[in-house]
Design a protein around this ligand. Structure first.
Ligand code: ZN
Length: 104
């Protein structure tokens, strides 16, 4: 039986933020320049800023486990070339970094 288990790995948050595609229900956003309406199934680069995508996330990964893993499976099938990261981990870490940059 093949299942998804989340693993822990160290990343540079700035590097992730620069190359992240955020998958929505119908289309995606570029985390780097905030361009909307990107075709998440086919886009290798952001059509606006040109950044190559390496990472993929979605707010849908915050759903209940059943739905979350179904969505993760679809992400994996559609984009085997991208590393799927957890949206909550990403957004919380980025929020902490922004707060540190602001107050530091
Ligand atoms: Zn962009």
């Amino acid at each position: 039986m093949r299942v998804f288990l989340r693993t822990f790995q160290e990343y540079d948050i700035e590097e992730v933020a620069k190359h992240l595609l955020i998958m929505g229900d119908l289309s995606g956003d570029c985390a780097s320049c905030r361009e909307l309406g990107i075709d998440t199934y086919t886009a290798k680069n952001c059509p606006h800023c040109g950044t190559p995508f390496k990472y993929l996330t979605s707010r849908r990964l915050e759903s209940q486990p059943g739905e979350r893993f179904q969505f993760a499976r679809r992400m994996r099938e559609k984009r085997p070339d991208l590393i799927i990261i957890d949206y909550t981990d990403y957004s919380k870490t980025l929020g902490q970094k922004k707060a540190r940059d602001f107050f530091g």
